[in-house]
Each structure stands twice: as structure tokens, then as C-alpha cells.
Design a protein around this ligand. Structure first.
Ligand SMILES: C[S@@+](CC[C@H](N)C(=O)[O-])C[C@H]1O[C@@H](n2cnc3c(N)ncnc32)[C@H](O)[C@@H]1O
Length: 221
């Protein structure tokens, strides 16, 4: 089990406290509206769905959703939220192995997952995700911006430029968690050859990127 898997499994019951911070409510409302607009009518593969906070927000406008995560503990909580009948399925799935997901998808959603992918693994993650989705599929990514005084301070930076935070849980345990904060320019550079129509929206606490998958850059039209 990876550190990230263990950390989020043990944090499951207290995870959604981050969504109760009063100063973030305006941004969260804006994000929900944006995600519902971008993903309306889609068959969605959700990567690392956690406790289902965004699954519940998007499901009412989706055609179907397969919400996946590596942690049984978070999925157990996600399954108890309220969804339109017969629209949402849940499966254990490693985000780096989306081939495991059964079904056809026209879109993917990954909320607060990109920041946990090491720089050296991001192209591999995108390649298998995009291959699983297919040409022209919509991808929506949401994640944190680093905000001084609000974000957990960065405690360390490795030789590849990945940043780390020390996260503490209520039981007193502490974890060294990889958490990257890409700038819009870094996001655009990473997605340059595998996306079309990239749009990046920056709020005070969060960013949201959306685009269409390009699997064969440079191939004749
Ligand atoms: C920051 S949480 C995001 C949860 C949810 N998307 C949200 O925005 O509320 C990161 C999630 O990644 C999951 N995770 C960690 N490693 C994973 C992996 N290899 N594959 C899939 N999910 C993973 C954790 O269990 C956790 O639920």
C-alpha cells in the first residue's frame, strides 16, 4: 500500500472537513457550477473519487458515472451519498491503471488528484488515461492553488521538483505527502501535445483545467 493510499484511508472520516472552510465556499460553489457545465450529459470516469464529494455534485447532470478510487475506506463513504437512481457505479481502481475500468466513457474527472502525481509519472498517467478514454473525450481536472497562510506549508522539495507537506491526522499520526502546485504555464506545457482546446480557470483557492484528448499528435487529419 502506498503512503497516499494509507493516508487517505485513515483520513476518510475527517476528509470532508476541508470542504467546510467558510472562506472557500464561494470558490466551491463556482467550481460545482463549472463542473456541471463541462460534464453535462457525459459518461464519466471519475479518477480518485474519494468520499464522493464531487461525484454527488456532478451525478445529477451526468449520463452515467463510474467513480473509482484505490481506497475501500473512502469508497464506503462515497457509496452512502445520494445519487440519481442507477446512474453511478463505484469500483476500486488504481488511477495509473484505468484499463481496469469496465465501460465506455466520453469524459473523465479527476479532482485533487493531479497534485498527488509525481512529475516523473504525469505523462504516463495522462497516456494511459487518454488511451482509455479515446480521441476527443473531455477531461476535467480540479486542484488546489498554494495560498500562503491557508495551505499546509511545503516542508520539502525533491530533486525532480516535487513538493511535500507534513499532514497530521486527529489520531496524532503524521504523513509525508507529495503535493504539487503547478502554475497554469506548467499545466499548459504538460498538456501541450496531448490536448485540444485547453482552458484553465483560476479561482482564489483552486484551479480547473478542461480539454479534449489528442492521442495522435501530428497524425494526418
Ligand atoms: C485528495 S483526495 C481526492 C478525493 C476526491 N476526488 C475529492 O476531490 O474530494 C485523493 C484521493 O486519491 C486516492 N488515491 C490515492 N492513491 C490512488 C491511486 N493510486 N489510485 C486511485 N486513487 C488513489 C485517495 O484514496 C484519495 O481518495
Amino acid at each position: 500500500m502506498s503512503v497516499l493510499h494509507e493516508y487517505y484511508s485513515r483520513r476518510a472520516a475527517e476528509y470532508e472537513e476541508i470542504y467546510h472552510k467558510p472562506e472557500r465556499q464561494q470558490d466551491l460553489a463556482t467550481l460545482k457550477e463549472l463542473l456541471r457545465r463541462l460534464l453535462h450529459g457525459h459518461d464519466i470516469l471519475e479518477i480518485a473519487c474519494g468520499t464522493g464529494y464531487w461525484t454527488e455534485a456532478v451525478a445529477p447532470v451526468a449520463r452515467s458515472m463510474l467513480a473509482t478510487d484505490v481506497s475501500e475506506e473512502v469508497l464506503a463513504l462515497a457509496q452512502h451519498k445520494s445519487y440519481p437512481p442507477d446512474r453511478v457505479r463505484f469500483e476500486i481502481m488504481d488511477a495509473y491503471r484505468p484499463g481496469q475500468a469496465a465501460g465506455e466513457f466520453t469524459a473523465a474527472l479527476a479532482a485533487f488528484w493531479w497534485s498527488h502525481v509525481p512529475h516523473q509519472k504525469i505523462q504516463g498517467f495522462l497516456r494511459v488515461l487518454h488511451g482509455r478514454l479515446g480521441e476527443g473525450a473531455t477531461v476535467v481536472l480540479v486542484d488546489n492553488r498554494y495560498v500562503d497562510g491557508h495551505s499546509t506549508p511545503i516542508s520539502e522539495r525533491d530533486e525532480r521538483g516535487n513538493t511535500y507537506q507534513t499532514r497530521r491526522l486527529k489520531d496524532g499520526s503524521s504523513f509525508r505527502v507529495l503535493k504539487n502546485f503547478p502554475s497554469p504555464a506548467e499545466l499548459a506545457a504538460t498538456l501541450r501535445t496531448c490536448s485540444h482546446g485547453l482552458s484553465i480557470c483560476e479561482l482564489e483557492y483552486y484551479w480547473c483545467a478542461s480539454y479534449q484528448v489528442v492521442n495522435n499528435p501530428g497524425s494526418p487529419e
